[in-house]
Design a protein around this ligand. Structure first.
Ligand SMILES: [Zn+2]
Length: 493
């Protein structure tokens, strides 16, 4: 293009310059015309293939999430998700879209190098053989441009890294950074810093940087995807009730209000969804609900720059995510806190909070407790521990939770004991003494006693008095006085 300093421009050169400008503008428009770069959902409809070669049609809730990847206004996408909602198909399709329409330097971080290799073989290689990709790039077997963790094509490359090695974050600059299952990354080391943060530094200097993270959350308070979700637009999927039209998000519920319901209780053979207004919704209505649903941002300030989505199995039309399947799975895992934790992460797509930290989980525990034999430590239990919490209000009360601990950090809630009376009164502690010296019988008939009792006085006001007044007759119990979060290490995973 001609470069003319403005001060020397004549009318003629101005005309020439503006004609040049028009041509350039046309080229730019052409380059960004929507027909040339389809939205990701449209691209998926036309080109995405499942492992068996069948066409994939995204569901409405997936389409909007997918389109955020190709929206030029969006620089970051964070998806907090359960399994069975098709996130990997969206990411796979986006990689194919990149190769076809918009080559870039793409970094994909998996939790470990092993995961990276597995992802490359099982999830990426099939995509590179989609016919839409093969029209623009050939990834030949055993070619130097087609290594397991490093692929090269005209105008771009893809590298798949493992977040478990500091070396994987060095000496590489990209346009895209994708974090896969970032809650499964190892924890930050003092020297190196947090792996997710290190990964996001890799594209800071790119003028066209795009970042995305998708993960099942793990532990509340330590979840990377939770904090990314908070930073973004916080979009939840609202769907209408087919009976009353009321728009609502789907929740698991606690068996009283809205949520998934089933019968019979112990061995579900039928499940439905109870609308916030009380209507009974059949599984068969799910496609209609999704079709008429919409994403709503709870933090619209971040829209559309950083879009974050929360989605879980109840929305999915995957047969394994039917409401009846979710109910059955819950009934199978409810007695074991470790399995229940996996269920909360993998099926509900939520971070796991320990008892007491989050009131909503209290309700889930309660729902589980009703279904288990209270007061019986499981057969694998090797140790019983009591955690007592002093409540000063309402005349005074001591709540003591009995927990069973076993091999491989296994643990289960056994029961809650409540002792009523003023905290300063000796008799209240004598009553607790009785409970502490009790014997429990495990599922396999062994007598068990508390090995330890932790007392958390909450405000710390009476910490000195507690061991002095009570619990002296406890046979084996070792008393720990906890202040504030001092109980946390006992229950840390
Ligand atoms: Zn309704």
């Amino acid at each position: 293009m001609r470069k003319t300093p403005p001060e020397t421009k004549t009318t003629d050169t101005l005309r020439v310059a503006s004609a040049d400008g028009a041509i350039v503008a046309q080229q730019w428009l052409a380059a960004f015309a929507p027909k040339i770069r389809p939205k990701l959902s449209e691209f998926m409809c036309d080109h995405a293939r499942s492992d068996d070669g069948a066409k994939i049609r995204p569901f409405p809730f997936q389409s909007d999430m997918a389109d955020s990847f190709t929206d030029p206004e969006t620089a970051q996408v964070s998806v907090r998700k359960s399994s069975r909602i098709g996130y990997s198909t969206i990411l796979q399709s986006f990689v194919a879209w990149r190769i076809k329409y918009d080559p870039a330097r793409t970094l994909i971080y998996q939790p470990t190098i092993d995961d990276a290799e597995k992802f490359s073989r099982d999830d990426l290689d099939p995509v590179l053989q989609w016919s839409v990709v093969r029209t623009v790039a050939q990834f030949k077997p055993r070619h130097s441009d087609n290594q397991i963790r490093a692929k090269r094509y005209k105008g771009g490359w893809i590298q798949i890294k493992g977040a478990n090695s500091p070396k994987e974050f060095r000496r590489v600059t990209s346009d895209d950074v994708f974090l896969e299952e970032c809650d499964g990354y190892p924890w930050a080391s003092k020297e190196e810093g947090d792996p997710a943060r290190l990964a996001f530094k890799r594209n800071l200097t790119s003028p066209r940087r795009f970042s995305a993270a998708g993960s099942t959350p793990k532990v509340k308070g330590f979840s990377r995807i939770d904090s990314l979700f908070e930073q973004g637009s916080q979009e939840y999927r609202y769907v209408p009730c087919p009976h009353c039209g009321h728009m609502q998000t789907l929740v698991f519920g606690d068996g009283t209000g809205a949520g998934i319901r089933w019968a019979p209780k112990e061995n579900p053979t039928r499940a439905w969804y109870q609308c916030e207004q009380g209507c009974e919704i059949d599984e068969a209505e799910k496609p209609w609900m999704d079709e008429n649903g919409e994403w709503r941002a709870h933090n619209p300030g971040a829209f559309p720059r950083h879009r974050s989505f929360h989605i879980w199995a109840a929305y999915s039309q995957h047969p394994g995510a039917a409401w009846l399947e979710i109910a059955r799975e819950f009934m199978e895992v409810r007695k074991d806190p470790n399995l229940l934790r996996t269920f909360v992460n993998q099926v509900l797509g939520e971070a796991w909070a320990e008892r007491g930290e989050a009131p909503e989980w209290q309700r889930l525990y309660d729902r589980r407790e009703k279904a288990m034999r209270l007061g019986t430590p499981p057969a694998w239990a090797g140790l019983l521990i009591g955690a007592a919490d002093v409540q000063r209000g309402g005349g005074g009360r001591i709540d003591m939770d009995i927990w069973a601990f076993g091999p491989d950090k296994k643990r289960a809630f056994v029961e809650r004991i409540e002792v009523f009376g003023p905290i300063a009164d000796k008799r209240t502690w004598t009553k607790l003494d009785k409970e502490v010296s009790r014997e429990w019988e495990s599922e396999d008939g062994r007598p068990m006693r508390l090995a330890r009792v932790a007392v958390d006085s909450g405000d710390g006001e009476n910490t000195m008095e507690i061991p002095a007044i009570g619990l002296k007759t406890a046979v084996n119990a070792l008393i720990i006085i906890g202040i504030g979060g001092a109980l946390a290490p006992l229950f840390a995973a």
